[in-house]
Ligand binder design. Structure first.
Ligand SMILES: Cc1cc2nc3c(=O)[nH]c(=O)nc-3n(C[C@H](O)[C@H](O)[C@H](O)COP(=O)(O)O)c2cc1C
Length: 188
């Protein structure tokens, strides 16, 4: 990879012991040469989207902060669980706020999706709902390779809070390398 790439992670889980947070936390050390990966601020304290609130008080500071960091990034990795076969409400809420900004930060932005779950298929159903949402935002979502971390609780070290399963690590690093190439292609 020739140029240096700045990538940010958007985490869809709010809980302290989140397995998806463990995946996100593992990514920086798996990034290919020339790619830096940093976490975006938490989406946990963003109020529920309400057009009246937007009109009366403007956008929440946290949304402005996240949007600014997405603008400055070359790509975004969304790392999230699946809730009830779909996108967790907190993540959908953050995306709804971001989507109303005059300079919508995900428009044209390369995006990578990673889902992990305690179930066998690793949040696959969430991925397709998330892709559908991101179509409307004009995000450039990479198609393949996908990452669906099934039975993720058996692939992490809960003490260090990071992924330890070698085949999962290999899969994630291969996907990040592909994402770096994808970002370069989208930029051309
Ligand atoms: C409200 C809720 C809905 C869930 N729905 C699903 C689901 O549809 N599919 C699935 O595989 N796991 C589901 N789970 C289990 C999650 O995969 C599991 O709680 C996972 O650890 C959440 O991710 P996190 O550890 O990053 O917080 C659900 C959990 C919650 C709390």
């Amino acid at each position: 990879m020739s140029a240096s790439l700045k990538v940010v992670t958007l985490l869809g889980s709010l809980r302290k012991g989140s397995f998806n947070a463990m995946v996100a936390r593992t990514l920086p050390k798996l990034a290919p040469a020339g790619m830096g990966i940093l976490p975006l601020p938490s989406i946990g304290d963003i109020p529920l989207y309400d057009a009246d609130l937007q009109q009366e008080e403007g956008f929440p500071a946290r949304i402005e902060e996240i949007a600014q960091q997405i603008h400055e990034a070359d790509g975004v990795v969304i790392v999230t669980p699946e809730y009830n076969y779909s996108v967790p409400g907190g993540l959908k809420n953050a995306i709804d706020w971001l989507s109303r900004l005059p300079e919508q930060p995900l428009s044209g932005k390369p995006v990578l999706i990673q889902t992990s779950s305690m179930g066998a298929i690793g949040g696959a159903r969430c991925q397709y709902h998330l892709r559908q949402i991101l179509v409307f935002l004009d995000a450039m979502v990479m198609n393949k390779p996908e990452f669906m971390g099934g039975v993720i609780q058996s692939k992490v070290d809960q003490q260090t809070g990071e992924v330890v399963d070698q085949s999962t690590l290999d899969h994630l690093s291969g996907q990040l390398t592909a994402f770096g190439d994808y970002i370069q292609r989208v930029r051309r």
